[in-house]
Design a protein around this ligand. Structure first.
Ligand SMILES: NC(=O)c1ccc[n+]([C@@H]2O[C@H](COP(=O)([O-])OP(=O)(O)OC[C@H]3O[C@@H](n4cnc5c(N)ncnc54)[C@H](O)[C@@H]3O)[C@@H](O)[C@H]2O)c1
Length: 326
């Protein structure tokens, strides 16, 4: 059993990961700025510590990393609305703070499991994307690429630290993860926005014409992949797509959600520019090739979109009965 640091462990994906790691018997130290609301089930567990602090606190990070066997680095600004409106904050956290973490890990011989994103492929039109496919991005004047660029630069740092300083690492690129405990408030991601609107029977805003496609991955599937990748020696030193390879348009997903939620919301179409301003470009198709992760650790997403959405919507409907919050 290992002592494991999880940055961003109180976030959506991080909270599921912390619970999974504690269940597996590991000692887990979660470092996150937020309140830790999602971690109720394991707060007070003998093998779980929650440090409510910023990963920018160098002294604290160094102390925690030094004592660990593995660090899952998930803390980031991952909200499209924020990386468009606060590109500097995004770069400082998603890039600069991450480099510091890689440096500390390399200096102390600690393995890093880094959370990257499908955004690194940019708008490469040739789908499905394999891990070594090209990155096709827009101008540096378009803020929306700051997030993709920061995450890709972090990946470069992982390879560079491995080559010159012997860092052990694995990179997982998430493709639209969803499920209960998603942040449904003020978030620029498709499912959370629509979810809240459907539950409140408000008009549901589809960005653009709704024909853009995504690959939605249920949270439990994603967390299994991440934990298995991090503990696999065979997976070490590479990047892996963690996603479902079923391509679904935003309009299709809205239609399923409306049906499952039994909602009276009407669908309305809003231009991207109106939502995110001029500094945004949408990606028309986003589909992973998942053969690498399947071949190396035997993982494949197993929960269908309809099943995952049903679980998610039923969770929020039950929460709403108690008084709608997150
Ligand atoms: N959810 C997805 O579909 C998706 C897709 C691609 C990549 N990712 C990546 O996966 C990771 C987790 O994503 P998520 O969906 O759980 O996001 P999230 O926003 O729910 O979690 C991020 C966590 O980081 C924390 N954080 C932010 N700044 C911090 C700081 N300075 N110090 C400490 N903690 C800080 C936040 O409080 C939050 O709890 C991120 O790195 C994100 O870029 C997620």
């Amino acid at each position: 059993m290992s002592r494991i640091v999880v940055t961003g462990g109180a976030g959506f994906i991080g909270s599921y990961l912390c619970k999974e790691l504690v269940n597996q018997g590991h000692t887990v130290v979660c470092i996150d700025l937020s309140d830790g609301d999602r971690l109720k089930e394991i707060r007070g567990h003998a093998k779980f510590t929650f440090i409510r602090d910023s990963i920018l606190n160098h002294t604290m990070m160094e102390r925690e990393i030094k004592q660990s066997d593995l660090i899952f680095h998930l803390a980031a600004i991952a909200d499209p609305m924020v990386y468009v409106t606060e590109p500097l904050t995004t770069l400082q956290l998603d890039l600069k703070a991450s480099i510091d973490i890689f440096e500390m890990a390399a200096s102390n011989g600690i393995k890093v499991a880094f959370a990257s994103t499908s955004e690194v492929y940019g708008r490469n039109p040739k789908v499905p994307w394999k891990e070594d496919d090209e990155r096709v991005l827009g101008s540096t004047q378009i803020n929306r690429w700051s997030y993709s660029t920061a995450k890709a630069a972090c990946e470069h740092y992982c390879y560079a630290y491995a080559q010159q300083r012997g860092l052990k690492f694995v990179i997982y690129r998430f493709f639209n993860i969803y499920g209960p405990l998603l942040d449904t408030l003020g978030n620029g991601r498709a499912i959370p926005i629509m979810l809240q609107q459907f539950l409140l029977n408000e008009p549901v805003t589809i960005h653009g014409d709704g024909k853009q496609t995504r690959s939605f991955t249920y949270i439990e599937d994603a967390v299994t992949a991440v934990a298995d990748l991090a503990f696999s020696e065979k997976a070490e030193g590479g990047a892996y797509n963690v996603g479902c390879d079923v391509e679904t348009s935003i309009l299709e997903i809205a239609t399923i959600m409306k049906e499952v939620a039994n909602s009276s919301s009407e669908l309305i179409f809003v231009p991207h520019e109106k939502v995110f301003g001029k500094s945004y470009e949408d990606i028309p198709r986003r589909v992973p090739d998942v053969s690498k992760v399947r071949d190396v650790i035997g993982w494949k997403a197993s929960i269908s979109l309809r099943e995952g959405l049903t679980r998610t919507i039923h969770y929020y409907q039950a929460e709403a009965k108690k008084g709608f919050s997150k």
